[in-house]
Design a protein around this ligand. Structure first.
Ligand SMILES: Cc1cc2nc3c(=O)[nH]c(=O)nc-3n(C[C@H](O)[C@H](O)[C@H](O)COP(=O)(O)OP(=O)(O)OC[C@H]3O[C@@H](n4cnc5c(N)ncnc54)[C@H](O)[C@@H]3O)c2cc1C
Length: 486
């Protein structure tokens, strides 16, 4: 059995690692000069800069499990949740997100009623939402913005849903699918009507289950500070990263792979099924003596638009479905400051900027606060996130323009006049899949057609979760299916 893996992001690398462990022969083709895809960290003056993703959700276990398996358990760092406070910029002022928000849903009365984030009209509506009747649906999908607007009104979309989704995913809440992005809320609406009531019920259930688990684990688990360590235990922090940067994870995977199986700077131009397997044609001389090789199976671990291009002549309908998965582009601007105290930052992890503010920045993270121990004492790292579905044009701007824009906006929002000592601008073109309305149905159509092409497997962020753990899960799953078909 010989397998071609196309794409050397975390999904392709996870697939390669799995095949390596199962002693199945593979070749991994990566168009770029380096492996890791959008995961890329750099150490500048002792500070870890994340040019792409900065962490993974602790709740999804695959990334941490893989890190531990690779010997990086001691390198895992949880987010500094004690200082977790996120601000929303409203007319150049920073307003903290009210306490008790869960998945966009307000669950605490006093913080919701006293926040300056919402007008009295919206607060009243949030209270009345408790009376929302359960919804009979015909299974029709809708956008996240529609769902939130129906329950909490327009202002909750503008000041909450939209900045959260664009600041985290570069997404547009009026396009993102409620069924795919917030399935729990769709379910809660069906069952409880009110999302607030649904969330409170789910929280109570979760606490009860945690208590029962703690009791059955015995007194040491209750009093011994073990929460978050045992299998299935609640994660200790919301986010997890690695001391030396997220690239530690991808580098550790690469270190376990046979270098002879890895082809960087080797874009694949097409794949074609033959009676017995797949011909993979590469578009670069560095692919080796033959620019055409035959494999028994192919894992396409590229963005969906790239997979669609490769499959155009194999199955035009499948290619069209893949190409129809929307992707957003983004820019990260990392700024390093030598004197943290001089910045006079408010306490918290950073801020999100609603579209109505008319700014280029979508979000800014106070990196040295979010994860401790990755920035030298006294220094600060601010990471701005720009672009997204509404800011595609920014990618064409020069580094100098982008840095100047971020500095100007930081001055207007935070009053920062100090000059950074290091700056890094990174562009991520069409890298972040956007699950738009109807995504679940599209995903099913893609899976159905792909299943008809024997030996073809799809992995990556276009299908079943855009997070790092999701991509690892799908890469491993593709390799596992190949192994069991062998
Ligand atoms: C700026 C940014 C911040 C993010 N933040 C987070 C975060 O904090 N937490 C989180 O969980 N997720 C985050 N994400 C999402 C997550 O990082 C990605 O979804 C995930 O890493 C994608 O992995 P992948 O392997 O599917 O794709 P990629 O990393 O995009 O890798 C695909 C690879 O395929 C290669 N390729 C494409 N076409 C070809 C071809 N024809 N031949 C050969 N190779 C090809 C590309 O060069 C690329 O290296 C972020 C994403 C971005 C862009």
């Amino acid at each position: 059995m010989r397998v071609a893996i196309i794409g050397g992001g975390v999904a392709g690398l996870a697939a390669a690692y799995e095949l390596e462990k199962k002693r199945i022969q593979y070749t991994l083709f990566e168009a770029a000069p380096r492996l890791g895809g959008v995961i890329n960290s750099e150490i500048v003056g002792g500070a870890v800069l994340e040019l792409g993703p900065d962490s993974f959700l602790s709740e999804k276990p695959q990334a941490a499990e893989l890190a531990r398996e690779l010997g990086l358990g001691g390198e895992l760092v949880g987010s500094n949740d004690e200082e977790r406070k996120t601000f929303i910029v409203v007319k150049n002022r920073l307003i903290p997100l009210p306490d008790g928000l869960m998945f966009l849903i307000p669950t605490k009365l006093i913080p919701t009623m006293t926040t300056r984030l919402f007008s009295w009209g919206t607060k009243l509506r949030m209270g009345m939402e408790l009376l929302h009747p359960p919804r009979k649906t015909d299974g029709r999908d809708e956008s996240v913005a529609e769902l939130v607007r129906r329950h909490y009104g327009k202002e909750a979309v503008e000041r909450l849903a939209d900045p959260l989704l664009s600041g985290i995913y570069g997404g547009d809440s009026s396009q993102l699918s409620a069924q795919t992005v917030l399935p729990k809320l769709v379910e809660m609406e069906r069952e409880h009507g009110s999302l607030t009531r649904g969330m409170l019920a789910s929280y109570a259930k979760m606490r009860k289950a945690m208590k029962a688990r703690a009791v059955s684990a015995g007194p040491s688990a209750v009093g011994g500070g073990q929460a978050g360590k045992g299998a299935g235990a609640a994660p200790r922090t919301i986010f997890t990263t690695l001391k030396g940067g997220m690239s530690q994870l991808t580098s550790a995977i690469v270190a376990k792979l046979n270098p002879a199986n890895l082809r960087v700077r080797t874009p694949v131009a097409s794949v074609e099924p033959t009676g017995a397997g797949w011909i993979v044609r590469t578009g670069s001389a560095e692919a080796g003596p033959a620019a055409e090789q035959t494999f028994d199976a192919v894992i396409l671990a590229t963005p969906a638009w790239a997979a669609g291009k490769l499959l155009e002549r194999v199955d035009a309908q499948l290619a069209a479905e893949l190409t129809a998965v929307t992707y957003s582009s983004s820019v990260t601007v990392n700024l390093v400051y030598d004197d943290e105290a001089a910045l006079k930052l408010p306490e918290g992890f950073g801020f999100l900027v609603p579209a109505s503010e008319g700014r280029s920045m979508l979000a800014c993270t106070f990196v040295h606060r979010k994860f401790l121990g990755r920035t030298p004492e006294g220094k600060a790292v601010l990471r701005a996130f720009l672009g997204g579905m509404r800011g595609e044009a920014l990618l064409a701007e020069s580094d100098a323009h982008l840095i100047a824009t971020v500095k100007r906006e930081l001055k207007e929002i935070l009053g920062i006049a100090a000059a950074p000592t290091a700056e890094r601008v990174t562009r991520w073109s069409r890298s972040m899949a956007q699950y738009s309305v109807g995504h679940n149905a599209r995903k099913a159509r893609i899976a159905e057609r792909a299943a008809k092409l024997k030996g073809l497997y799809l992995a990556g962020n276009a299908y079943d979760g855009i997070g790092i753990s999701d991509c690892i899960r799908l890469g491993k799953k593709a390799a596992g299916e190949i192994a069991s078909s062998n």
